[in-house]
Design a protein around this ligand. Structure first.
Ligand code: NAI
Length: 681
């Protein structure tokens, strides 16, 4: 029987004195807890709480999951910490009402159950999860620069123990249904078809709710709390700088103080309007925007054919098969195919665990020395040696074999699409799909538009990229596209500093202190100095970049970085660089030179229209290189510094170090630099 209540996002059915409440947020792919959704939930609870019911079941109608969390779009409209705390308090009040119902409640969890979604489930008497790998539970708030705010930090420790709760809150990692059951986070895991029956059974039996055993709660004993706090704080310091990422420190402090819900709300309020959270939320929303862009059109791709099973082609093929595509992989060297199959097996075993799933993924990835897959392919990605003539020859052959509707793509880092397109009768179906190394870790893919590339080719390329869970960023075919072009002056400046005698450890430390995931010298060694040299040489003509002698000499000697055991650093057998201790700091001039060269190049890209707007630079550099996420990307950082200040610092550096620091004309054109699609604080 369906029950009448004036709400748009919830469906309510009643049978045998049990209410089944289904969340289906109108017009959205996923359920997020907006103020409206919470307000409707509150009204529903108000209507049912005084009725003589047996129980309440809460579930989601969305295929992709239960609830992804609070509605992040609303965060950007918050003006001050008081308003932010009020938002948290409102959520707490509704969830307290849920927790206080006089009859048992059950959350039926499938897919994503994250942040506020898990906090809702925590306020239920029981939690039952669908037992598959797609079910993920967690409190990833720290990734947006905040901590739980709907009483999650208060409800979680008594349920699963203090250390497990802190682990989830401080790292933001998610767990599978199986892990959640082992932790005590859910009461049972069942297959999809048994979910509702399991909920009814729990309501009928009404067993004691789960609680952590006494030893799991031992860290909260008064005489242990302080030492545990200090230990965890020390561990946290190794992972995150509190000035850049205060949220996990706040969450830990709430635990140390055994804080109340009100204290949680106040702390959340302060974090939500702070710089870090504003920037992380903005980057998150920009990433979501790229995904939405890619989902507008179908890709029409079932079979992918990759040519070149080297560093990149192999990883692209392995990844696409992992994400469900049928992939044939061609290489002229049979050993390269054999290596890829071995690598794929190791990767799938680690990621998929279950033998059937591993076997299915292996079945989707077909080594294809003869190139038979070309005839059936809907998309061909070329990832062979970086040589225009060889690639052109290959594209000529490809075009003579593939179906007329097949999309053709190249992973080239440096050859203009127009040059490769010359080989084709129909260059409008050629697009660049520029992946980053390693493919499994780097989320960004640059979608390269040549002069002749058609809109439909771009749309399909974007849609495919999203389908393999990567972020498609549109860039124009020009030297280095966006990411390599902006990164290269930064890497070159680091090598120039090293050439001037500044210890490489000191250069790298300046960058990691600034918030980069890895210093530029170590990054160059990791990417491979031969690759750096070829990109630097490719950019040296069009951008006037001069290639440092030290880089050239290292490559001539065969010192290629991590892969050869020696580059700027010397690497041990397990691939770790040997460091010398850094004495003293000269961070300011070092970091100023590194970052300003990057910002200057980013401004030039905007002036030339390599990407459309500053948001694209930001999202590209954060997801393509890990540029300090707490700063929200290079252009957002530039906005905080001020264009006038940047231009005058560049002029000062140009006087001291040479014309490579001359400010780009773009700094005088705020129309180019301050257009933001997502509203900024
Ligand atoms: P690689 O040298 O590791 O692999 C190239 C593979 O292609 C080799 O296995 C080779 O046997 C095969 N091959 C060459 N000619 C072939 C042909 N005619 N037919 C079939 N197979 C052929 O090269 P890598 O590093 O994977 O680069 C491939 C492409 O990806 C290049 O265009 C490069 O610019 C681009 N790229 C490379 C990145 C990197 O970090 N290595 C990053 C992004 C793009």
């Amino acid at each position: 029987m369906s029950v009448d209540i004036d709400v748009v996002n919830w469906r309510m059915e009643e049978a045998d004195e049990t209410i089944v409440l289904t969340l289906d947020v109108a017009g959205q792919r996923a359920n997020a807890l907006s103020s409206t959704v919470l307000e409707e939930f509150d009204r529903i609870l108000g209507q049912i709480e005084s009725r003589p019911l047996q129980g309440l079941v809460i579930r989601s109608a969305k295929v992709n999951g239960f609830i992804v969390g609070a509605d992040v779009n609303e965060f950007q409209k918050i003006v001050d910490s008081t308003q932010a705390a009020a938002l948290a308090r409102a959520g707490q009040t509704v969830f307290n009402r849920l927790a206080g119902l006089p009859f048992p409640s059950v959350a039926l969890i499938h897919g994503n159950c994250l942040g506020g979604g898990l906090e809702l489930a925590l306020a239920c008497t029981y939690r039952i999860a669908r037992e598959d790998e797609a079910t993920r539970l967690g409190l990833p708030e720290v990734r947006l620069g905040i901590h739980p705010g709907f009483a999650g930090s208060v409800r979680l420790p008594p349920l699963i123990g203090d250390l497990a709760a802190l682990d989830l809150m401080l790292t933001g990692r998610t767990v599978s249904a199986r892990q959640a059951f082992a932790l005590g986070l859910v009461d049972e895991t069942v297959p999809e078809r048994h979910l509702l029956n399991a909920a009814h059974a729990f309501i009928a039996r009404h067993p004691h709710r789960r609680r952590a055993t006494w030893w799991k709660r031992a860290p909260s004993w008064p005489f242990l709390r302080q030492p545990v706090f200090r230990l965890l704080q020390r561990q946290l310091h190794k992972k995150a700088n509190p000035d850049h990422y205060p949220a996990p420190y706040r969450a830990l402090d709430l635990w140390r103080r055994a804080a109340s819900q009100e204290e949680e709300a106040l702390s959340l309020g302060e974090l939500l309007v702070g710089r870090t959270s504003r920037n992380l939320v903005s980057i998150f929303l920009l990433g979501e925007e790229l995904k939405r862009n890619g989902r507008r059109n179908p890709h029409g791709i079932a079979h992918l054919h990759v040519i070149g099973a080297g560093t990149m082609g192999a990883d692209i093929a392995i990844w696409a098969a992992f994400k469900g595509f049928r992939v044939s992989l061609q290489d002229q060297q049979p050993e390269a195919l054999a290596r890829t199959v071995k690598k794929a097996y190791g990767f799938y075993r680690k990621k998929l665990k279950k033998p059937v799933a591993i076997q299915n993924a292996m079945d989707r990835l077909m080594p294809d020395a003869g190139g038979n897959g070309l005839r059936r392919a809907d998309l061909v990605i070329e990832a062979i040696v970086e040589n225009a003539d060889v690639k052109r020859g290959l594209f000529r052959t490809i075009e003579s074999i593939v179906r007329p509707g097949a999309l053709l793509a190249t992973n080239t880092s440096s050859i203009p699409l127009e040059v490769l397109g010359e080989a084709l009768k129909d260059p409008s179906r050629l697009v660049g799909l520029h992946f980053f190394n390693p493919v499994a870790q780097m989320q960004l893919v640059e979608i390269v538009r040549g002069k002749q590339t058609s809109d439909s080719a771009l749309e399909r390329a974007r849609a495919f990229t999203v389908a393999i869970e990567r972020l498609p960023l549109d860039v124009r075919s020009s030297p280095g596209f966006l990411v390599n072009r902006v990164l290269m002056p930064y890497l070159i400046e680091a090598m120039t500093l090293a050439q001037e005698g500044i210890p490489i450890e000191q250069i790298d430390q300046a960058a990691t202190r600034f918030g980069m995931p890895m210093g530029p010298v170590l990054l160059a060694d990791t990417v491979g100095l031969d690759i750096c040299l070829s990109v630097a040489e490719m950019l040296s003509g069009p951008l006037g970049i001069s290639v440092p002698d030290r880089l050239r000499e290292a490559v001539e000697r065969g010192d290629l970085g991590k892969k050869s055991g020696r580059g700027f650093y010397v690497f041990d057998r397990s691939g770790r660089p040997r460091h010398r201790a850094v004495r003293g700091h000269t961070d300011t001039p070092v970091i100023e030179r590194l970052i300003l060269r990057m910002l200057n190049e980013a401004a030039a890209c905007l002036r030339e229209g390599v990407v459309d707007d500053p948001d694209s630079v930001d999202v590209g550099m954060v997801f393509g290189t890990g540029f300090a996420p707490y700063l929200g990307g290079p252009m957002r950082y530039a906005e905080a510094l001020g264009e006038v200040g940047i231009a005058s610092s560049l002029r000062r550096l140009a006087q001291e170090y040479g014309p490579r620091f001359e400010p780009d004309e773009a700094w005088a054109r705020s129309d180019l630099l301050t257009h933001h699609t997502v509203p900024r604080s």
